[in-house]
Design a protein. Structure first.
Length: 305
């Protein structure tokens, strides 16, 4: 696990310095490399952990539809893979939008300031997205008076292109976050095994911008979750807040403080998870998202039931 974490840190260090600065860094210049001006998959608010790591090998395939408030309509097929790292206390997670298809309006093209020579291609097209990798580590397991505690270190690659179409940043990023959570038993039906769970999350998120500097952001999240043997229902308020919105030159705001409200329903049928989610952008993320997916799990660690 330590070797995997070290490799991830080295990848981050190399990735964040892999691009040549386009201009001299200036704290007075707003870059507008932020979720408000780009496609829904550019650097969305990361899905919050509920204080636990995935203890089984899990593969999830999902379809997403994004309705943009300015006329950007995007569909994608996404893939997520959780791989236990020889223990039920750590896993490697890989996820990405494998392919997205988009349709753009004149209003969105103008808001995103897409150059005239690229506007025809920006109206409709398809492309692959960024790959994300994270190491998720269970630092503490829940006991009677002790919460679950998870730490996550994640890397966003620059594999998604078409920066000039305002779809992806075409630059690396990373985030570190941690979450604490506690479950409380409710009801007396042992067949259902009801519980309510509360979780808090905070962290640090960063991405490289187009003038040789990076935008740093504070992550935050709150989750309430009901779960039983057959399904779970959760509500999440989460986001991150960058620093460029306070541009000292009084120019256009960077809109780098995306905040979302998300509802997740997951049904459990033997080794399958049936996934449905709805996400609403509250601030600086002008999209509504609907997700439907299916996941399959393998107990490769052969844990005792």
């Amino acid at each position: 696990m330590k070797k995997c974490l070290l490799l991830l840190m080295l990848s981050m260090a190399v990735g964040m310095h892999s691009q040549t600065a386009l201009d001299k860094p200036s704290l007075k210049q707003v870059t507008q490399i932020s979720p408000y001006y780009f496609g829904p998959n550019a650097f969305a608010v990361p899905e919050m952990l509920d204080g636990r790591v995935q203890r089984e090998l899990r593969v999830e395939l999902a379809a997403d539809y994004f309705h943009g408030n300015r006329g950007d309509h995007t569909e994608d097929v996404s893939l997520k893979l959780n791989i236990p790292l020889w223990t039920d206390r750590a896993n490697l997670t890989v996820w990405m939008p494998v392919m997205e298809w988009y349709r753009n309006s004149d209003e969105n093209i103008q808001t995103c300031r897409i150059q005239p020579e690229h506007q025809a291609k920006a109206r409709k097209g398809s492309l692959m997205g960024d790959v994300y990798l994270s190491i998720d580590m269970q630092l503490l397991k829940e006991r009677r008076y002790r919460p679950d505690w998870v730490l996550r270190a994640a890397l966003k690659t620059a594999s998604g292109g078409d920066f000039y179409l305002a779809r992806y940043y075409d630059s690396p990023g990373y985030f570190f976050d941690t979450s604490l959570a506690k479950s409380f038993a409710v009801g007396h039906n042992k067949d259902w095994n009801h519980s309510l769970r509360a979780a808090l999350s905070t962290g640090f998120l960063c991405w490289q911008t187009d003038n040789g500097r990076q935008n740093d952001a504070v992550q935050f999240g709150v989750m309430a979750k009901y779960e039983n043997r057959y399904f779970s229902l959760s509500e999440t308020f989460a986001g991150y807040s960058g620093w460029e919105h306070n541009a000292s030159n009084g120019g256009d705001t960077a809109h780098d403080r995306p905040t979302i409200l998300r509802t997740d329903i997951v049904g459990h049928v033997k080794q399958f998870d049936i996934v449905a989610a709805y996400e609403y952008g509250l601030r600086d993320y002008p999209y509504h998202q609907i997700r439907l997916g299916l996941a399959y799990k393998w107990d490769i660690l052969k844990r005792k039931k």
